[in-house]
Design a protein around this ligand. Structure first.
Ligand code: GDP
Ligand code: IMO
Ligand code: MG
Length: 432
């Protein structure tokens, strides 16, 4: 019986998970998503082609590998259809190797409306949701009123759909939300509902499985399985910067509930971090740079949301947050992405601690959102050279290797590989 390896983001998302999953997929038989939904945007680049995936696992471009959407994931049928059509244009017929859990919950058009209504009601304390309906759909899951993929085939599906939609409309009216003015992709709620319903036909072309049996049988058959995280540690519903988080458990523990595997089945835990840090949407970000350097990181790193196009906030790498992430997730190896963005920096800073009200601390405080945090910065000399064409870890510039060694020393976790461009080919594995 094999164990399931896990790959997840250690910061606030967009660390390059999709890219690394795509690179690692040849070593696996199955790639499975365990949480999140279309709020995710995972970018893959190879052969001069760029592709962004939202719900579909990032192993999909390897036609001989199985991809699974687990029970912990949320599916929005129209976004799913658009994704399927998008990869079909690139010659990928996902019906052959993509399986969908019957227990994955559906995002209804009215969940998306409720996402907008909730954000509107928050006024100045908006979370900056991607507005894909994530919060309201997980709310219904926990409230035991949600509708699952397997329910699409039930005779009372339309009735249940209508009942849930009516409930959402009642809530929206009670919140004084202007339902008539609400639009998704320039469509009214009822126009969008029509395309959403039509999109169910695409979803039905896929094999719906009891994914917990499916995945455990794969492990018993000694197949190698990789669980692909979405969002990231600091957006976790329990341990992230609540309430500025997403609505799922993005951490290793989420693999157990989002796929139906036992904790003892977890194998390697690969954590991804950028060599700096970004955050999109609202919420605390102690190392954020509102200056020229922050702007430079955003421009050189093309830090614009893969799902919403919003500019990402940028800052230095945050070791207290990273250490917390390694602790909560049991990270066994690190992947560091995007050092190339800082190639011409004179100095590269690393936040090694927090100063809060005159006290130095290493802990993520409960009051993270409300206290003022001064990052304690340790400067490193920049490597001041292009990384283009470097084909082995050992050939990386010495100053970059010193910076990477400090990340290992600060976290106590070894680095497995470094990514130095968006392309699939530019991942340098460290040989030990
Ligand atoms: P994910 O959500 O974690 O999969 O990450 P995103 O795809 O949202 O954002 C990562 C962005 O960085 C994408 O545009 C990638 O193409 C890009 N990227 C990934 N790795 C590297 C790297 O090593 N260097 C550079 N310059 N870009 C990278
Ligand atoms: P990937 O998988 C970065 C952020 C949103 C918002 C908060 C809640 O690409 O790393 P939600 O739509 O879940 O209700 O939004 O979480 N967020 C992400 N930020 N990357 C993501 O996914 C994200 N998914 C959600 O910006 O602040
Ligand atoms: Mg992303």
């Amino acid at each position: 019986m094999t164990k399931i390896d896990v790959l997840l983001g250690l910061q606030w998302g967009d660390e390059g998970k999709g890219k690394i999953v795509d690179v690692l997929t040849p070593n696996y038989d199955v790639v499975a998503r365990f949480q999140g939904g279309p709020n995710a945007g995972h970018t893959l680049e190879f052969n001069g082609m760029k592709h962004v995936l939202h719900i579909i696992p990032s192993g999909i471009f390897h036609s001989d590998k199985i991809n699974l959407i687990g029970n912990g994931v949320l599916i929005e049928p129209r976004i799913f259809r658009q994704e399927i059509e998008g990869i079909a244009e690139k010659g990928v017929d996902a019906t052959k190797n993509l399986f969908v859990s019957k227990k994955a919950h559906l995002i209804l058009p009215s969940h998306r409306m409720m996402d907008a209504a909730n954000e509107q009601a928050k006024g100045n304390s908006k979370i900056g949701s991607t507005l894909k309906g994530i919060g309201p759909a997980y709310t219904d899951k926990i409230a035991r009123t949600g509708i699952r993929v397997g329910d699409i085939l039930a005779p009372d599906f339309i009735e249940r759909y209508g009942q849930l939609k009516r409930q959402h409309l009642m809530m929206a009216h009670a919140m004084d939300f202007d339902v008539d003015a609400f639009r998704i992709d320039n469509m009214t709620l009822s126009e969008y509902e029509k395309v959403w319903m039509e999109s169910l036909a695409t979803l039905k072309r896929f094999r719906f499985v009891n994914s917990e049996y499916f995945i455990n049988q794969c492990l018993r058959d000694n197949k190698k399985v990789l669980a692909e995280g979405a969002q990231a540690m600091m957006l976790d519903i329990d341990f992230g910067t609540y309430p500025f988080v997403t609505s799922s458990n993005t951490i290793t523990a989420g693999v157990c509930t989002g796929l139906g595997v036992a904790p003892s089945s977890i194998g390697k835990v690969m954590g991804i971090t950028k060599a700096y840090c970004t955050r999109v949407g609202a919420g605390p970000f102690p190392t954020q740079l509102d200056d020229e350097i922050g702007h430079k990181l955003c421009e050189l790193g093309h830090e614009y949301g893969a799902t919403t196009g919003r500019p990402r906030r940028c800052g230095w790498i945050d070791l207290p947050a990273l250490r917390y992430a390694c602790m909560i997730n049991g990270v066994t190896e690190l992947y560091v992405t995007k050092p190339d963005v800082m190639n011409d920096f004179e100095t590269v800073n690393m936040c090694t601690g927090y100063q809060i009200e005159g006290q130095c601390t290493d802990e993520i405080p409960f009051e993270y959102n409300t206290v003022h945090i001064d990052p304690v910065l340790t400067p490193f000399p920049g490597w001041k050279q292009s990384l283009q064409g470097i084909d082995s870890y050992d050939r990386l510039p010495e100053h970059l290797r010193t910076f990477l060694a400090a990340i290992e020393q600060q976290t106590g976790v070894p680095i497995a590989a470094v990514s130095i461009s968006p392309d699939r080919k530019d991942v340098l594995f460290k040989t030990v």
